[in-house]
Design a protein around this ligand. Sequence first.
Ligand code: ATP
Length: 299
Amino acid sequence: MTDIVVVGSLNVDVVVPLHELPAPGQTVLGAADHRRTGGGKGANQAVAAARLGRRVAMVGAVGIDADGDWLLGLIAAEGVATESVLRAPRPTGQAIVLVTADGDSTIAVSSGANMWLAPEHLAPLRDLLGSARAVLLQQEVDAAVVAEAVRLAEGLVVLNPAPARPVDPATLARVDVLVPNRGELAALAGAPPTDAGVDGLAAMARSLGTRGPVVVTLGGDGALVVTTDRQWLVPAEQVDAVDATGAGDTFCAALADALLDGAAIDEAARWASRAAAVTVTRPGAMAAAPRRAEVPTAA
Ligand code: ATP
């Protein structure tokens, strides 16, 4: 049986190191070589869950092109089952990531095959989605695909509503655990981008109508767990941060992993926080996800 089905995006990330980010209309020559890596929140979370030892199947779409072959090979080598990744008559998704040595970045994404995926493509995957112990989703595919996958899921549903986009109330009502960051939470709650403190964030989280807890990730400030009657902060681990890209993806995968072991939400958030902190100490996103043995045990 599959532990976790991830429904989401697969991208080729082209990372271009620059001294400075270009202004509109400007061309900036990079001094160092660019890197090509696997990416997309879906693929990142699938690989993170597989590295934690979970049986993971990916549902998504790549193009009928060399990038698609390469991406599928990459995640299959990590142990992710790729039979349910469709080949689309559209190019494989690409993210062009311009990044400076200071860590500033500008990212342009061409969704390509990811946005080709449509709800009807999930009909043959009904058994896979229905029998998975958990279905883990993000929002880099069409909202209707997210809604349909959630409708077909019978196990635990974990939604990472990234990037910020509206989610229909029926989908939110079926979500067991919602994992937004601060901006995504504000967008879902219809609030302006906010410096709200813990109480304000908790009020927003409770206004969404999910059927389970909301875990708000707060970068280096940790994660806020909100249930109907309680809220508490899980502090971030103290680490030497190298690159926080992908921390949220590892966090979501590890949270689902712990919940499948029967952990309570606070314990699961502490495990996710320790796993995400390892990702922060390494460059890259997908490549930085830790294997289970690399995540420190609780102090
Ligand atoms: P991304 O989209 O880049 O993956 P995100 O906005 O979804 O990021 P964050 O809130 O930045 O996610 O980070 C997720 C979790 O990772 C945090 O809740 C925290 O547990 C951990 N984390 C992030 N940054 C740090 C840091 N500097 N030190 C320790 N832990 C961190």
